[in-house]
Design a protein around this ligand. Structure first.
Ligand SMILES: Nc1ncnc2c1ncn2[C@@H]1O[C@H](COP(=O)(O)OP(=O)(O)OP(=O)(O)O)[C@@H](O)[C@H]1O
Ligand SMILES: [Mg+2]
Length: 252
């Protein structure tokens, strides 16, 4: 934690992928225990923001800073960021030939019975010996991502559309596991984890105590406020109104 209690500080972050400018001056600060939701239309840069925080190599920082617990992480490879306590579930995770899901979890040092218990709850017991995501259905891939991040127990949890493409019953299942991971039943002061969650559907909001909502448009955060308020405004007025909506708080 830095001296002001921020777990994550993103300052004036400009990022390119190939030659495309995907982030344009993002500022975002997250305190310990806070859960932030990011909304925004397709292609607005949401996945790019999470990928840049995780240190995925395709995201090139042109300008700006990313601090985790007060220290700059912007030149650190992803695996070191993971060791420090950052975890990401991918919107579109790769499948990994030759690497079995259960072996990945075991090398993370997780006890076999814990793996089995959660896999059973997520209906993934028979997927454990399979190669990671190979031939998994869309919903199985999402459950497998949630299984991995739950067992990893990162301090900063980055969730990229965890419920998209998942059937209604499994949305309830996934969301309740995520609610537990993010310590839904604890007051913010007692929570040990913080999160950024990207959602289009908003389903997951019923299972979390989210603290702030942000709207991204064209690589910028154009509006921030209470997550339910922001989501209601989007449903009523559409994303394009977010930039000019005077009733929303500009605080980030
Ligand atoms: N390798 C790449 N080369 C060129 N453009 C890219 C590359 N990767 C991403 N982009 C572009 O960057 C922009 C931002 O993409 P990003 O995945 O961050 O959007 P998003 O907000 O997560 O969208 P969605 O809601 O569809 O998931 C898009 O226009 C995308 O096409
Ligand atoms: Mg995305």
């Amino acid at each position: 934690m830095d001296k002001n209690g921020y777990l994550l500080e993103v300052e004036d972050l400009w990022v390119k992928v190939e030659s495309k400018q995907v982030l344009r001056g993002i500022n975002l600060r997250i305190k310990k225990g806070e859960i932030h939701i990011i909304f925004g239309p397709n292609g607005s840069g949401k996945t790019s923001l999470l990928g840049t925080i995780m240190g995925l190599p395709q995201y090139r920082i042109i300008k700006g800073e990313i601090k985790f617990k007060g220290e700059s992480i912007k030149n650190m490879p992803s695996f070191e960021r993971a060791r420090l306590g950052i975890g990401l579930t991918f919107q579109h995770p790769p499948s990994i030939k030759g690497a079995r899901l259960e072996n990945l979890l075991k090398v993370m040092g997780i006890e076999e019975q814990r793996i089995k218990n959660l896999a059973k709850r997520l209906s993934l017991l028979e997927h454990l010996p399979r190669e990671i995501n190979r031939g998994f259905s869309g919903g199985e891939v999402k459950r497998s991502e949630v299984l991995q991040v739950y067992l990893q127990q990162p301090e900063l949890v980055l969730l990229d559309e965890p419920e998209s493409g998942v059937d209604l019953e499994n949305i309830v299942l996934i969301s309740s596991v995520i609610g537990e991971l993010l310590e839904k039943n604890k007051p913010i002061i007692k929570r040990k984890k913080s999160a950024i969650v990207i959602t289009h559907t908003g389903y997951i909001l019923d299972y979390l105590h989210a603290d702030k909502g942000h709207v991204m448009l064209n690589g910028e955060i154009v509006c921030s406020g209470g997550p339910e308020d922001v989501f209601d405004k989007i449903k009523k007025c559409g994303y394009e109104q977010c930039a000019s909506c005077l009733t929303s708080s500009k605080e980030k």
